[in-house]
Design a protein around this ligand. Sequence first.
Ligand SMILES: [Fe+2]
Length: 282
Amino acid sequence: MGIALKELRRVLTIAQITDLHITNASQAKDRDRNAARLHAVLKSIHAMKPRPAAILATGDLVDLGQSDEYEELKLAMAVCDIPIFYGIGNHDGRPNFRAALPTTPVDENGFIQYAFMLGDLRVVMCDTLEGKDDGGFCETRAAWLERTLAEAPGTPTLLALHHPPIASGIPWMDEAADAPWKMRLANVIRGQQQIKGIICGHVHRAFSGVFAGHLVQASPATSIQLTLDLSPIDLRVPDHRELLTEQPPGFALLVWDKGELVMHSCMAGDFPAAVTYETSFI
Ligand SMILES: [Fe+2]
């Protein structure tokens, strides 16, 4: 009974991919590996039932921010027949991103942030690119987000950004909890009841937590993953620890159903079935 009824339900599903790190011939090994891993993710997403209504790509689309990498990205994404909405990460280059993906909206100041509807769910993509690694969210971007949220205070909203405003616990990767950009973001979104969840990437691992009263989920990367090593680190003294791992590529699947948002972290690839449905449950 349960399976038949579940199949008949109509829900909105959205895939999130992040940290693609598509690159060029200057990094041939990374280029081939990251392209293959992205391909595996896209294959898994397209095989899902129901097929996701959209793909949100939350930054680090390329590795060096260079224009020919964006051409590689477009080639890799050309296999998609699901609408894709792009956001920017710290490995992207804003001018080259905008030149390569000119249909991606920008705000009045040229930041890659925009709002759109997927069914009755509003998605707000934010731009947290500031420098080489850490996140940023200046007063200008915060003011845009404040205005954008105020345009539709009664519409369920999903916030998407590259940098997680919560810590992963992996010391070499985390920013201070009181980083100014996080404080600015918190001031804008705290108490905004229309926000049903926040998705992000950057750490190349799946983890979740609460920020300013909202659930945050970070998606694994389509490229390589971060090793879950929580031990202290001296950033001046290399200790030969593993930093990144070739664990399988991943993505997130967001399920929006009757006003409830559920966020799954998924592993891409072809795996054999462990159990199949052969006998009726009734
Ligand atoms: Fe990344």
